[in-house]
Design a protein around this ligand. Structure first.
Ligand SMILES: *[C@@H]1O[C@H](CO)[C@@H](O)[C@H](O)[C@H]1NC(C)=O
Ligand SMILES: *[C@@H]1O[C@H](CO)[C@@H](O)[C@H](O)[C@H]1NC(C)=O
Ligand SMILES: *[C@@H]1O[C@H](CO)[C@@H](O)[C@H](O)[C@H]1NC(C)=O
Ligand SMILES: *[C@@H]1O[C@H](CO)[C@@H](O)[C@H](O)[C@H]1NC(C)=O
Ligand SMILES: *[C@@H]1O[C@H](CO)[C@@H](O)[C@H](O)[C@H]1NC(C)=O
Ligand SMILES: *[C@@H]1O[C@H](CO)[C@@H](O)[C@H](O)[C@H]1NC(C)=O
Ligand SMILES: *[C@@H]1O[C@H](CO)[C@@H](O)[C@H](O)[C@H]1NC(C)=O
Ligand SMILES: *[C@@H]1O[C@H](CO)[C@@H](O)[C@H](O)[C@H]1NC(C)=O
Ligand SMILES: *[C@@H]1O[C@H](CO)[C@@H](O)[C@H](O)[C@H]1NC(C)=O
Length: 457
């Protein structure tokens, strides 16, 4: 009898508890909770010591997937069948050491805003599709709002030790949003058509997102706020419109604000805006094996926008990045003008950067945004740009700027030092020897360059 039970337990490998119509614990219909095998067995027969499992831990010292309680919920029947209550229930149930599993081949519709800032050691494994409704009226009335560029989002993730992973999709269902926004500008002060960000963390520590496809975000794809140690690995981001007269807009791959420790590896981004663009107060950035198609590039900033506010970006390493068919490649931008902020961009290395068919392959702009030479001279940037290296940057421009393949424009009289270019080999289809433009940089930049007035364009 005892032996039979042990065998059954081993075969089943987990003990499931399924919801019935009569539900004593608030457990939604169709949900289930499966305990990890060692707990089931140990509790029954004390045959397996829990201590044996202590040696298997994740990067944060928590239990690995197999040792976690697993929660599943019912899938949606159609695109209006909102399971957000079930999902919230599952995350609460899985918090403190468990796992929520959204299964392959199933769709889970989220139609209500969700505050997920209470998390502590939880895994969310998405092998199916988690999709937001495109009920614009609802979301414009119900969302989480951030002053920074008037951002809104469907949900906020926060807390500590959160892993969101799997082979599935988080789908922002962006088409209706892009159609509705068509022609508008995100920075237009009169714009009231706010669009949600697909994934946002706030007040979070140790967040890992891997394997997932982040699809069709209405606005920025990810925004990391007040977050420490966030890692994206093996992620695919795209935003593709089926309506030629309303293309996706502002669907940036990665944006950040007050973040220390931002890592993106082995990731592909196919969106029509910034691929990777850390914003104010982002430090310790690591990017490797990133591929960006049709984007506005990987850009440090812009920073220094708001009067009286200090912003900074420091310690960034960006290696093996491929940028094709874009507006910009490797870029840094800081505001200048009469009414702006101050700060610094320091210690940035771009290494092994492959750029093809891109309008402005290399850009350093300390006279951002939309101000001319005269105005930039009168009101130079108060954002110091120091210790920036471009190493082994190669490929082609689109030829849109003639022979100019790199444009490094510092503000007159501002601090712009330690800018080095080595192994630059970017050619222009416009022919002739490529031009590198430099203005107001202090010290030797390592390559020959020409002033703006001598350059094409
Ligand atoms: C941030 O999260 C911590 C717990 O992780 C909490 O104690 C703190 O109140 C939160 N801060 C804010 C501003 O929400
Ligand atoms: C395509 O976008 C345009 C501009 O927003 C909009 O007027 C039109 O209704 C959209 N077409 C479809 C089929 O949704
Ligand atoms: C560079 O990144 C690409 C993906 O864009 C990847 O295929 C390639 O293996 C990487 N190269 C190295 C040396 O890691
Ligand atoms: C790059 O983006 C363009 C425009 O969206 C698309 O047509 C093309 O197929 C993409 N290239 C690759 C290699 O994905
Ligand atoms: C950046 O950090 C500084 C303090 O170091 C703070 O004063 C400033 O408000 C922060 N910037 C933003 C945009 O939060
Ligand atoms: C510059 O940044 C790199 C990471 O990219 C870091 O290892 C190094 O310590 C930083 N240097 C300084 C002087 O802070
Ligand atoms: C910018 O550099 C100047 C000159 O070195 C220095 O006086 C100033 O404090 C720096 N500003 C910031 C915000 O680091
Ligand atoms: C530069 O911009 C300033 C402020 O917008 C404007 O007054 C001025 O006419 C512009 N100068 C040139 C040469 O375009
Ligand atoms: C620069 O790139 C071109 C095209 O890939 C190549 O033919 C040429 O040898 C390279 N030059 C150097 C100095 O590496």
């Amino acid at each position: 009898m005892k032996l039979l039970s042990v065998l059954l337990a081993l075969v089943a490998s987990s003990i499931s508890v399924s919801a019935t119509a009569i539900d004593l614990d608030g457990q939604p219909l169709g949900a289930s909770i499966a305990l990890p095998r060692y707990i089931s067995l140990a509790n029954r027969f004390s045959l397996v010591s829990r201590n044996n499992h202590k040696k298997y831990k994740d990067n944060w010292g928590n239990a690995i997937e197999n040792d976690r309680k697993k929660i599943t919920i019912r899938a949606s029947k159609n695109d209006r069948d909102d399971i957000s209550d079930d999902f919230l229930w599952a995350i609460k149930k899985a918090n403190h050491g468990g796992l929520v599993h959204l299964e392959k081949g199933k769709k889970y519709i989220i139609g209500k805003k969700m505050d997920l800032t209470f998390l502590k050691d939880v895994y969310v494994k998405i092998d199916g599709e988690l999709k937001f409704t495109n009920d614009i009226d609802y979301w414009q009335k119900n969302n989480f709002y951030y002053d920074f560029q008037k951002s809104i989002t469907f949900w906020v993730w926060g807390g500590k030790d959160v892993k969101i992973y799997g082979s599935g999709v988080i789908n922002g269902n962006g088409q209706a949003w892009w159609d509705g926004f068509s022609g508008a500008e995100i920075l237009d002060p009169n714009n009231k058509f706010y669009r949600p960000i697909l994934f946002l963390t706030d007040n979070a520590t140790n967040i890992e997102i891997s394997g997932l496809h982040l699809k069709d975000s209405p606005c920025w794809t990810t925004f990391l706020v007040r977050t420490k140690n966030v890692v994206f690995n093996n992620v695919y981001i795209d935003a593709v419109s089926t309506n030629a007269s309303s293309l996706p807009k502002n669907t940036d791959g990665f944006d950040s604000l007050n973040v220390d420790g931002l890592t993106v590896t082995n990731t592909r981004v196919n969106v029509g805006d910034d691929c990777f663009s850390p914003k104010p107060n982002t430090t310790n950035i690591f990017v490797k094996n990133l591929w960006c198609n049709g984007t506005h590039g990987i850009s440090m900033g812009s920073i220094g926008q708001y009067p009286g506010v200090k912003d900074y970006i420091s310690n960034a390493w960006l290696e093996n990045v491929t940028l094709i068919n874009g507006q910009n490649g490797a870029r840094l931008k800081a505001w200048a003008g009469p009414n702006v902020g101050y700060g610094y961009i320091d210690n940035i290395t771009y290494k092994d950067i492959h750029i093809e068919n891109t309008d402005n392959p290399v850009v350093l702009d300390q006279c951002y945004f939309n101000i001319n030479e005269t105005a930039c001279e009168k009101y130079p940037s108060k954002v110091n740009i120091t210790n920036v290296k471009f190493l082994n940057v190669y490929g082609t421009s689109s030829g849109k700027e003639g022979r100019v393949v790199a444009d490094l424009t510092c503000s007159p009289g501002a601090t712009c030092t330690g800018i080095r270019l080595e192994g630059i080999n970017i050619t222009s289809p416009a022919g002739g020897p490529p031009q590198i433009v430099c203005e107001n940089i202090q010290g030797d930049i390592g390559v020959e360059c020409v002033g703006k007035s001598e350059a094409d364009g």
